[in-house]
Design a protein around this ligand. Structure first.
Ligand SMILES: NC(=O)C1=CN([C@@H]2O[C@H](COP(=O)(O)OP(=O)(O)OC[C@H]3O[C@@H](n4cnc5c(N)ncnc54)[C@H](O)[C@@H]3O)[C@@H](O)[C@H]2O)C=CC1
Ligand SMILES: O=C(CO)COP(=O)(O)O
Length: 376
């Protein structure tokens, strides 16, 4: 195959996760005979403390020294500050940036993509339009750029993926062809890709788990133990499932047991940035934004913004009381209530009613009798 017949992929974003995934995509594109070796990566240009441009540093040292220090990028990954140049002739577009910036950053791409291009979003969060409409990030990209958009979400802490510690991930697709291509492009021996045709649920899981991770951080910061955090995780998972059922009818129960569901929730509630900064909020009572700036050196949290977006939706439908954990996390993030409210929320959470109404059993039933006294 000559280069003109081969397909091209571009990465739009170059933060902590963007850089970790660029390593994988770069290495895989070199091996795949139907892909062009070169992978352009759009970089939001910035000047480092020593006066050098980040794109120059990436293209000479092959390392994103600001957002993924200590990990070399393959030299076929080329940093490009012009978003139009970075996506020229791309057949596949990987969207990976904090969701707060997406709208503005991608505006120049409108009407300027290769016909038939397919996107894949690695972005966790929702989009809140000025008119109050809340939508999935893949829907925003799809409407803005008129392309089909898949998603990749999972228990994938960027530094662990970059360190080649084993991870699983879930790719939500619409077609068998997309499943095959994205598995080729993203899978490695230490990064296992599963594909499902339940794209919206995959994305909803990825967005919502960041709210729960903030809740986990608050109870950590209040000095509670792993068992309390496990309660937050359990209740959070139930709210995630109820949210998907309510707002995305047809969501498959099994998708919550893919990496994008329970696994990402657990990984984030133990190892993620949302948890870490939220813990500091509960300990110091400084604001979320202040601590984000102090602790993350330009990396951005998605949990507080997602909690605010979800709250708009819940308020509008008068559902705040049905999602007490999401609601409490939002109120703590905006300093409307104290982090101590997190524990009150856990203590008074009405979760079991919903599980029972679905016919799910919390205990193992043998010979028709329940092992849990409240499971009658
Ligand atoms: N970091 C992680 O471990 C993981 C992150 N994700 C998700 O991936 C998405 C991207 O996260 P990261 O790559 O970690 O980003 P990040 O948290 O490292 O954010 C920094 C990035 O934002 C860019 N940026 C700053 N100001 C900007 C502006 N005005 N316009 C456009 N870009 C700007 C910076 O240039 C940098 O590339 C998020 O939705 C996150 O939830 C998903 C899995 C793992
Ligand atoms: O999404 C993540 C892991 O899959 C990373 O979570 P944080 O943004 O909280 O670090």
């Amino acid at each position: 195959m000559n280069d003109r017949e081969k397909r091209r992929i571009s990465i739009i974003g170059s933060g902590n996760w963007g850089s970790a995934i660029a390593r994988i995509v770069g290495l895989n594109c070199r091996k795949l005979d139907y892909m062009v070796d070169e992978v352009k990566m759009w970089v939001f240009e910035e000047v480092l403390e020593d006066g050098r441009k980040l794109t120059d540093v990436i293209n000479t040292e092959h390392e994103n020294v600001k957002y993924l220090k200590g990990f070399k990028l393959p030299d076929n990954v080329v940093a490009e500050p012009d978003i139009l140049k970075s996506t020229l002739n791309a057949d596949y577009l990987v969207f990976v940036m904090p969701h707060q910036f997406l709208d503005r950053a991608c505006a120049p791409l409108k009407g300027n993509l290769k016909p038939g291009a397919v996107g894949i979003s690695l972005i966790k969060g929702f989009d809140l339009q000025p008119n109050g409409k809340v939508q999935l990030i893949s829907e925003l990209i799809s409407q803005m750029l008129n392309i089909q958009v898949c998603c990749l979400m999972g228990a994938n802490l960027a530094h662990e993926v970059a360190s080649e510690k084993f991870c699983e991930t879930t790719v939500g697709v619409y077609t068998d062809e997309q499943a095959r291509i994205f598995k080729d492009i993203f899978e490695t021996d230490t990064f296992r890709v599963s594909t499902v045709k339940d794209t919206h649920t995959v994305e909803v899981c990825g967005a919502l788990k960041n709210i729960v991770a903030c809740g986990a951080g608050f109870v950590d910061g209040l000095g509670y133990g792993d068992s309390t955090k496990a309660a937050v995780i359990r209740l959070g998972l139930i709210e995630m499932m109820r949210f998907a059922e309510h707002f995305y009818p047809g969501a498959k129960f099994t998708t919550f047991f893919e990496s994008c569901g329970i696994a990402d929730l657990v990984a984030s509630c133990y190892g993620g940035r949302n948890r870490k900064v939220s813990e500091a909020v509960a300990r110091t009572r400084k604001s979320m934004r202040e601590l984000e700036k102090e602790m993350l050196d330009g990396q951005r949290l998605q949990g507080p913004a997602t909690a605010a977006e979800v709250n708009v939706l819940l308020k509008e439908r008068n559902l705040e009381n049905d999602f007490p954990l999401f609601t409490t996390v939002h109120k703590i993030c905006v300093a409307e209530v104290s982090p101590t409210e997190m524990l009150d929320c856990v203590l008074s959470h009405p979760d079991a009613r919903w599980l029972k109404s679905k016919g799910f059993s919390l205990g193992v039933k043998t010979n028709g009798s329940a092992v849990r006294s409240d499971d009658a």
